[in-house]
Design a protein around this ligand. Structure first.
Ligand SMILES: NC(=O)c1ccc[n+]([C@@H]2O[C@H](COP(=O)([O-])OP(=O)(O)OC[C@H]3O[C@@H](n4cnc5c(N)ncnc54)[C@H](OP(=O)(O)O)[C@@H]3O)[C@@H](O)[C@H]2O)c1
Length: 165
């Protein structure tokens, strides 16, 4: 199972239910990577999308504790266990956990690849991703050249969970 995230220097990922920054080539990478796949998200992340609509051309799985919550074009679940049961229907490589903070923390233990767009800037943030550089089990296995968007520098990193000995 994959996780995909854009994080700043401090692993900040959002502020007031919005992204910290929107980098066109990162958005393109996200779209191309997840199109045709299964995306797993929290209700707050869904509602942060334009018009609160599910992502087109993807199977959208949304977690909420609200029992009466329904959204056209999304599959709604009420616990991590329920989602993990549903995900057995899909190839693990085709599943992408797309946030936000609460969902990332809950699903990271089940993921083995993390696609991290690491932005070389410190934003004011109120949502964070776990610092993978401090997690013993995670290691960078690939990185892009440094990219730029105006004066912003960022890198596409691939982290993988170290195989257990
Ligand atoms: N930089 C990035 O790559 C990236 C990607 C995605 C999101 N973000 C940012 O992350 C922030 C949002 O993160 P967040 O942690 O506030 O929200 P979130 O993870 O998107 O959603 C949290 C909500 O998910 C539901 N939920 C979580 N765990 C659940 C469980 N075990 N069972 C049932 N429902 C569960 C609850 O919904 P109910 O309240 O409805 O019960 C909870 O309030 C925003 O700023 C967003 O822009 C950043």
């Amino acid at each position: 199972m994959n996780i995909i995230v854009a994080a700043d220097k401090n692993w900040g990922i959002g502020y007031q239910n919005k992204l910290l920054v929107s980098i066109p080539s990162d958005m393109k990478f996200f779209r191309e990577t997840t199109t045709g796949k299964v995306v797993v998200m929290g209700r707050k992340t869904l509602e942060s999308f334009p018009n609160g609509l599910p992502l087109a051309m993807r199977t959208n799985i949304v977690l909420t504790r609200k029992t009466d919550y329904q959204v056209k074009g999304a599959l709604i679940f009420h616990s991590v266990e329920e989602v993990l049961e549903e995900l057995k229907k899909y190839d693990s490589e085709d599943i992408y956990v797309i946030g936000g903070e609460e969902i990332y923390r809950e699903f990271l233990p089940y993921c083995d690849v993390a696609h991290v767009t690491k932005i070389d800037h410190e934003y004011f943030a109120d949502a964070f991703f776990p610092d993978l550089d401090r997690e013993q089990d995670w290691v960078v296995t690939a990185d892009s050249e440094e990219q730029t968007y105006f004066d912003l520098e960022y890198t596409f990193l691939r982290y993988e969970r170290r195989p257990k000995n």
